[in-house]
Design a protein around this ligand. Structure first.
Ligand SMILES: *Cc1c(COP(=O)(O)O)cnc(C)c1O
Length: 462
């Protein structure tokens, strides 16, 4: 399987290259040349596998240049770090199916992709005899998942900046209690945006970037999307077994269009998805797009589901490529228009085609709290605020004819404050968080100053 860029400037890139490239060299995003489709017989066969075997069945169709035994070993190792034997179990609560994606080391769904990406990087760097210094900025979830993805890995150092005292105490502890020598936590005296800006500037210094072999782990790496396709198949198989229904809805709390884009690929592979329900919080650019073709940036509103407080959805360009039927010139022009005017418009015909696959609604903070509370009252099950956004959208939009599967993207203990507000008691802490405040920590506090950060990186690079 070869990969192409959404903007047409990169072609014939094998999977291994695509993983190392991350962002395509022409500024676009990488996609497989074609999407493998599965027959009904294939689907029935897939429903019998356990999670790692299923992951192998899906991923091997895209990672054709990695020998089967190596790929199976990478997958096994990636999901052995999950604490649930099913990796991503499905539970039935209050009329909906909850796909629990939070049993990885940092208790959020990003572990599903980043555990695999960390192992892939290590494998590919060893093969190429290369090293990599990962630099990233985080507002919370991505940073810790990335750190856990590469901690202790050979030939990789990771530098993650978070805004000093501006992430939740649990998120800060999850990052700073990782004391492996290849992990460098930097608390910057500034905001998340300052961190993002420093990352952009540092990557923009091409001499520096190549001298220190800078790498990124942001959500645009194709391998992250690929890893996420797997759990759509897994959940479908589980719910099919439980209900006998062939078609299902998926409701997905969304920020960057990453997770739901994986669902879209699963759909194009032939998974019988009635509709993908895209759930947003107050930051509803994607809902406006799906409902009436209005893709225009608004101000970022802080919400109770902070990992979805996003206006520029970094994976949206991948979807545009399919909406424009693979016309990369049109994608390139649209991205240019968007960069200049912060908005895109769509034709009636395009809006109609979007609606064939997607439905959407936005759920505000008040509704989020009410959903956590009601769900708890009825079932005793505690939703995290991101998951609650998806559950609410699913309850509102899914027709009764097919089961609805809601993606649970974080463990409630990660967002204890909102949960306590809703149900009057703090969520129970899973084992991985118990005693976390007593562990050793390692973190450097630095000014949000480009030169200082670059100096620190140069001193500590591998
Ligand atoms: C990142 C994140 C999301 C949003 O996922 P996207 O792939 O950006 O759409 C939702 N919930 C949680 C808990 C997250 O960490």
């Amino acid at each position: 399987m070869n990969y192409i860029s959404t903007r047409g400037g990169v072609q014939n890139i094998p999977f291994k290259e695509a993983v190392m490239m991350g962002l395509a060299d022409d500024g676009g995003l990488l996609l497989p040349e074609e999407i493998p489709t599965l027959t009904e017989g294939d689907l029935d066969a897939l429903a019998k596998y356990d999670y790692p075997e299923l992951a192998f069945q899906i991923i091997s169709r895209y990672a054709t240049d990695i020998p089967a035994a190596d790929l199976m070993e990478l997958i096994d190792r990636s999901y052995a770090s999950f604490t649930h034997p099913d990796v991503t179990p499905v539970v039935h609560q209050d009329g909906v199916y909850i796909l629990e994606l939070f049993h990885g080391p940092t208790l959020a769904f990003k572990d599903v992709a980043l555990q695999l990406l960390g192992n892939l990087f290590e494998y590919l760097l060893a093969e190429r005899g290369e090293k990599m210094n990962i630099l990233g900025a985080t507002s919370g979830d991505t940073g810790s998942a990335a750190i856990y993805g590469v901690r202790g890995k050979k030939n990789i150092n990771i530098f993650i900046m978070h805004p000093h005292k501006k992430v939740s105490p649990i998120q800060e502890l999850q990052m700073t209690t990782v004391t492996d020598p290849n992990v460098f936590n930097i608390a910057i005296r500034g905001t998340f945006d300052d961190g993002q800006h420093i990352v952009k500037e540092t990557f923009g210094d091409l001499a520096f970037k190549s001298r220190y072999a800078l790498g990124a782990v942001n959500s645009i790496n194709w391998a992250r999307v690929l890893a996420q396709i797997v759990y759509y198949f897994y959940a479908w198989g589980q719910v099919r077994k439980a209900t006998g229904c062939k078609e299902v809805y998926f409701s997905v709390p969304t920020g960057n269009f990453g997770d739901i884009f994986a669902g879209y690929i699963a759909m194009r592979m032939g998974l019988p998805i009635k509709k993908l329900i895209l759930a947003t919080n107050e930051n509803n650019i994607l809902t406006r797009f799906i409902r009436n073709g209005d893709y225009s940036i608004g101000a970022v509103h802080p919400s109770l589901s902070p990992s979805m407080d996003i206006q520029k959805a970094s994976n949206f360009e991948r979807y545009l490529f399919y909406l424009y039927r693979g016309d990369s010139d049109k994608v390139r022009a649209a991205m240019q228009t968007f960069a200049e005017g912060n908005k895109l418009a769509f034709t009636e015909e395009e809006i109609k085609r979007v609606a064939e696959d997607f439905m959407s609604t936005s759920v505000d903070s008040e509704q989020t709290i009410a959903t956590i509370r009601d769900f708890f009252k009825k079932s005793g099950y505690v939703l995290d605020p991101h998951t609650a956004v998806g559950v609410r959208a699913g309850q509102e939009l899914a027709g009764g004819e097919c089961p609805v599967i809601c993606l649970a993207t974080a463990h409630p203990a990660k967002f204890g404050e909102a949960v306590e507000k809703a149900i009057g008691e703090p969520p129970t802490y899973p084992a991985s968080l118990q005693g976390i405040d007593k562990r050793d920590r390692r973190c450097e506090v630095l000014d949000a100053d480009l030169e200082q950060i670059k100096h620190y990186l140069a001193e500590n690079a591998i």
